[in-house]
Design a binder for this molecule. Structure first.
Ligand SMILES: N[C@@H](CCC(=O)N[C@@H](CS)C(=O)NCC(=O)O)C(=O)O
Length: 193
């Protein structure tokens, strides 16, 4: 059994979507970011980094969105979340997810200029296709989650990102995304202000 430690609407949403995509049984344990529950002794005993997602696989702790997504895609090749036996495409996936974790995600906290620069770069990198790697993959899940959060956060935000707007709409039509949003809405969003 897989256990996803999560907080609705946060980084863990990407792993929640991927779990629905692969269709295996899993349980969800929710922690409130607003109440700083991921910094509690109980949570730090699960993940000493104090962050979600944390995915427990056979008793082992797996952290970082990219690590969890890569694991799920490789463990469940039948879900077609990453092309098999294609080292270049795998390299491109790791490259994209490293960029998302190290450049796009932190830009949120750095103000409008950094946010705009990061998202304009993502828009350019995405290119003219329907999906980041040319076919649906875990990269689209990671990218979508960050974009979804950005456009659902009140206040100023970069606009004119037409390729990413279209990706957002394509993702919102997916059953796994609908199921995730439904489940996370039911738990309730408790994001930091
Ligand atoms: N690089 C990490 C980022 C994870 C992260 O920043 N999670 C946030 C929620 S979006 C969190 O748990 N914050 C709680 C805290 O820092 O106290 C990843 O990709 O998983």
């Amino acid at each position: 059994m897989l256990t996803l430690h999560m907080s609705p609407g946060s980084s863990s949403m990407a792993v929640h979507i991927a779990l629905h995509e692969v269709g295996v049984p899993f349980e969800v344990k929710a922690w409130s970011l607003a109440k700083k529950e991921t910094r509690s002794a109980a949570y730090l005993a699960i993940n000493p980094a104090g962050k979600v997602p944390a995915l427990i696989v056979d008793g082992k702790l797996l952290t970082e969105v990219a690590g969890c997504l890569f694991y799920l895609a490789k463990r469940h090749p039948e879900a077609n979340l990453l092309p098999a036996n294609d080292p270049l495409t795998e390299g491109l996936a790791v490259s994209w997810m490293s960029f998302l974790a190290s450049t796009v995600h932190p830009a949120r906290a750095k103000g409008m200029e950094a946010l705009t620069e990061a998202w304009e770069l993502a828009e350019k990198k995405f290119g003219d296709g329907d999906w980041a790697l040319g076919r649906y993959s875990v990269v689209d899940i990671h990218l979508f989650r960050l974009y979804w959060r950005m456009i659902n956060t009140p206040g100023d935000r970069p606009t004119g990102l037409t390729r990413l707007d279209k990706l957002h709409d394509r993702m919102m039509a997916r059953t796994a995304v609908k199921k995730t949003i439904e489940a996370e809405t039911e738990i309730g969003y408790q994001l930091p202000a």
